[in-house]
Design a protein around this ligand. Structure first.
Ligand code: FE
Ligand code: CA
Length: 525
């Protein structure tokens, strides 16, 4: 770790001491932000509804969840709140009419955090629905619905969840969400690219407000624009979410301290990353354990659904080494095989391995960003792999798959976003040996909108689907993925929305796959 840090410092030609001083200075900011030394406005007066961004919940545990809201009468114009702390009240009820309130309390909406509110409720019962709402002054939020996780020692009959990623606003309407809302789900999992950082462009189905986002206000306005989408806001209102980010929550294809663009100093880069991470925390239903410290934020964490499923939520951006050989498609040689190359960073990798070893659950789910199966996209003998995905970190990738195999980790299922098309992949211990044992299964969700209408022929991917034996299915449409887990089988339905350039697409299910407990690899149902 130290050596790597030193070599990074050398690369940027800056003194390590200077760099550490910089980190210390930016890391102090959120500590100040947490102190409520401003005046508390009570009761607050609002000229218009402060709950424009709705409510959300997330990170469920058997005895509680995180409840979220944000006071923003003018969400696209800096929020429209006074620069003061505001008292809110919250209530959790077992019924939608709030006749039976089981927990309640107060929470401060702080100006330093954009008047967002994160409440970690405990004392709830496992595996059941609850309703919640916030009050500020005489205003009341919409009623949210959430669900706790089952008790850790119980084997539930089933778990249903949907996962999605990559919702570029300008590419279209979030047409999958209204259909997701109709499903009988316990949970929604988001694998990142929740926002995109780019400037607004004309002649697209929708338009980002403003330029490429860099300041804290820029990021806040971008999240507000996305969350004002009714279909997205409503899906947050109805289900608890487990979220992780990919690259576009900050900057395309970034790695650790390295920007996609050349010539950005680490100081500028980290200052922007601090803004991006803070806005992400502010808008997501995350626990205090994920509170950002300057340009650092710990998002990897676990979430257990009894003995049925264990989610290992990963962050493959913040700690990885720079993409080897450039971000593009390259042969798997040189730096791609560097034993120092890491996708997770050593701390996260150790945490993942120990939480897999201790997992009492039948299904071990890795909720993460980039494709793990080594997809050869080259032509003929010219084998090429994406250096932004796990094959660019081939030693890390092999170490993890060998770990699945040697330590007999029960039923690893890798969920992947990022790439805007669906893949179903067998994960082989050694992809160069056709007789190699299967050690896991990878389900790649397509984009909610990124890439536009879809269903088109993408020659590179058609070729890749044909020439990689581990690929079980490929699809270029937009949509989301719906999963039903039982103690004996995992059934996946791939949902497709045929268009996203207008609202109101129907939904189809072009394929369903089943993974049998104890038998890695998915079979078409
Ligand atoms: Fe994306
Ligand atoms: Ca991405």
């Amino acid at each position: 770790m130290l050596n790597r840090q030193r070599s990074q410092d050398r690369r940027y030609g800056i003194e390590r001491r200077e760099f550490l001083r910089y980190l210390a200075s930016v890391s102090a900011i959120p500590a100040i932000a947490l102190r409520a030394d401003g005046q508390v406005t009570e009761p607050p007066q609002f000229n218009s509804n402060p709950f424009t961004l709705g409510v959300a919940s997330g990170d469920p545990e058997p005895d509680g969840v995180v409840l979220w809201t944000r006071l923003a009468p003018q969400p696209l114009h800096g929020g429209g709140m006074p620069n003061e702390a505001v008292q809110t009240r919250w209530e959790v009820s077992s019924d939608e009419a709030f006749a039976n309130v089981v927990r309640s309390g107060t929470a401060l909406a702080m100006p330093q955090l954009g008047h967002s509110v994160h409440v970690e409720v405990d004392g709830l019962k496992p595996d059941r629905w609850y309703f919640f709402r916030f009050h500020a002054g005489s205003e009341t939020s919409p009623i949210g619905r959430t669900r706790t996780a089952p008790a850790v020692d119980v084997m539930p009959d089933r778990l249903r969840f949907a996962f999605t990623s990559c919702q570029h606003y300008e590419s279209g309407y979030f047409n999958g969400y209204p259909h997701m809302q109709q499903e009988d789900l316990d949970l929604v999992v988001h694998l990142g690219d929740y926002i995109y950082e780019y400037a607004g462009q004309d002649k697209r189905p929708r338009k980002h407000i403003g330029n490429e986002i860099e300041s804290l206000d820029d990021y806040r306005t971008r999240y507000a624009q996305y969350r004002l989408d009714e279909t997205l806001q409503e899906t947050h209102r109805l289900f608890p979410w487990l979220v992780t980010w990919d690259d576009h929550e900050f900057d395309n294809n970034y790695a650790n301290l390295v920007s996609e663009q050349d010539g950005i100093s680490p100081e500028e880069f980290l200052a922007r990353r601090m803004n991006a991470y803070q806005a992400y925390y502010e808008f997501m239903p995350l626990r205090r354990r994920s509170f950002p410290h300057g340009p650092h934020m710990k998002l990897y964490r676990g979430c257990q659904y009894g003995r049925l499923a264990n989610f290992h939520i990963l962050d493959t951006r913040q700690y990885r080494t720079d993409q080897p050989n450039g971000d593009n498609q390259k042969p798997m040689i040189g730096k791609a095989l560097d034993p120092q190359g890491t996708m997770l960073g050593s701390k996260q990798e150790h945490w993942l391995m120990s939480s897999l070893l201790q997992s009492p659950s039948t299904w071990n789910v890795l909720a993460q960003q980039v494709m793990m199966a080594p997809l050869n996209r080259g032509e003929g003998d010219d084998h090429r792999y994406s250096m932004d995905q796990w094959p660019g970190y081939e030693v890390s990738r092999r170490r993890l798959l060998r770990f699945f195999h040697e330590r007999k980790i029960p039923n690893p299922v890798v969920l992947t976003g990022d790439i805007h098309v669906n893949w179903v992949n067998d994960l082989q211990l050694d992809f160069q040996n056709p007789r190699s044992p299967l050690v896991g299964t990878e389900l790649v969700g397509t984009a909610m909108t990124s890439g536009g209408n879809g269903g088109n022929v993408i020659p590179e991917y058609e070729r890749a689907a044909a020439q990689n034996d581990f690929v079980r299915w490929y699809n270029s449409n937009r949509g989301y993925v719906s999963c039903e887990l039982t103690p004996t089988a995992w059934t996946t339905h791939f949902r497709v929305t045929p268009f996203v350039d207008k609202p109101g697409s129907p939904v189809t299910t072009p394929a369903s796959f089943v993974i049998k407990e104890g038998h890695p690899g998915a079979k078409q149902a």
